[in-house]
Design a protein around this ligand. Structure first.
Ligand code: UFG
Length: 326
């Protein structure tokens, strides 16, 4: 069924890939993004970009006629959130509350929300299920828990249908025909795969691996990686699963993880280049192992990841080379 969709944060990494998928599926997409961390040229052709803040512009965009909202706009750097929690509460929680009120006023009652593995903090057991306690260890994670709580409340009080997707480690890139790529490009890059590939591209320097004394198979942290195109497919299913009066929560991961050394090895293989690294001190706040149980979304919506680590690193490398004109 054709829909008119508002994608907040559609100029960012994940929002742009999901927007492209929604357009390919035949929907009308309006992107609302303040371009504080996103890029106007990442908004896929076929989407209309409105530049602005959720708090001032959401009502105006929704009044134009929207069937459902996919909400990506947020600040998402864990370390920054520790330095500036005020930014995270005002953008992530304040922005979302303004969006929800604007949705109520406009009679829009479906929303898919980008939640995160960071809501769980240091887990008692892996794989992590959705029933694990929310014990975030950063203002970033706490702000996402607060939004999940607000969504449950808006579903109960106002009858909206909401789905929170809790992403684990998103990676990879997606072709953007003709000849382009949509991928990860942050002014401040903190994520492992882009940092490794930046060293491969430069052919000099070294990547820091934060900690080699964790209680894992090779001493480095283990994370559950999911291809951004698989993530986009989950959003399409979540949109169809929005049910009035209900707030549903799903983890998105693969059920198994790769260590930082294994990710480095995969990047070396895919790029065909040696990549120098050094073992650096642990990064504060990093849990040793984060692996998702995605059984709930597999059972309810039939979603399963299709692309593995090799495809993620290969696509991220293709994107990195395309950006560099290499
Ligand atoms: N790492 C390095 N070197 C780097 C970058 C990262 O060794 O240059 C390590 C980290 O210490 C960690 C692993 O690589 O062990 C993965 O780190 P990322 O920064 O790529 O991803 P995180 O697991 O820290 O972050 C992800 C999401 C966040 C979310 C968080 C929850 O990207 O949005 O999980 O813990 F908040």
């Amino acid at each position: 069924m054709h829909m008119r969709l508002l994608v907040t944060g559609g100029a960012g990494y994940i929002g742009s890939v999901v927007s492209a998928r929604l357009i390919a599926d035949g929907h009308d997409v309006v992107v609302l993004d303040d371009l504080s961390t996103g890029h106007a040229d990442a908004v896929p052709a076929g989407a209309r970009l409105v530049r602005g803040d959720l708090r001032s512009e959401a009502g105006r965009v929704l009044a134009g006629g929207v069937d459902a909202v996919l909400h990506f706009a947020a600040r998402s750097l864990v370390a920054e959130s520790v330095q500036r929690p005020d930014l995270y509460w005002s953008s992530n929680l304040g922005g979302t509350l303004a969006l929800l009120d604007a949705m109520n006023a406009a009679g829009v009652n479906r929303i898919v929300f980008s939640s995160t593995a960071a809501v769980y903090g240091e887990p008692d057991a892996v794989p992590i299920t959705e029933t694990a306690p929310a014990r975030p260890t950063s203002p970033y994670g706490a702000s996402k828990v607060a939004v999940d709580t607000a969504l449950a409340e808006y579903a109960r009080m106002h009858g909206i249908g909401a789905v929170s997707l809790r992403y684990f480690n998103v990676a990879g890139a997606q072709p953007d025909p003709p000849g382009g790529w949509l991928g990860e490009r942050h002014a401040t890059e903190t994520h492992l795969i882009p940092n490794i590939l930046a060293v491969a591209l430069r052919g000099s320097g070294q990547v820091s691996i934060f900690g080699a004394d964790y209680p894992t198979r090779d001493g480095t942290c283990i994370r559950d990686y999911i291809h951004v195109s698989d993530l986009a497919a989950a959003h399409v299913l979540a949109l169809a699963a929005c049910t009035a009066g209900q707030h549903k929560v799903y983890n998105l991961g693969s059920g198994s993880g790769f260590s930082n050394r294994e990710v480095l090895a995969a990047c070396q293989e895919v790029t065909g280049r040696p990549i120098a690294f050094r073992i650096a001190p642990r990064r504060p706040g990093d849990p040793a192992v984060l692996v998702a149980s995605s059984e709930r979304i597999a059972a309810d919506l039939g979603w399963r990841p299709r692309r593995g680590l090799r495809e993620m690193t290969a696509d991220a490398w293709a994107f990195t080379c395309a950006r560099a004109g290499a």
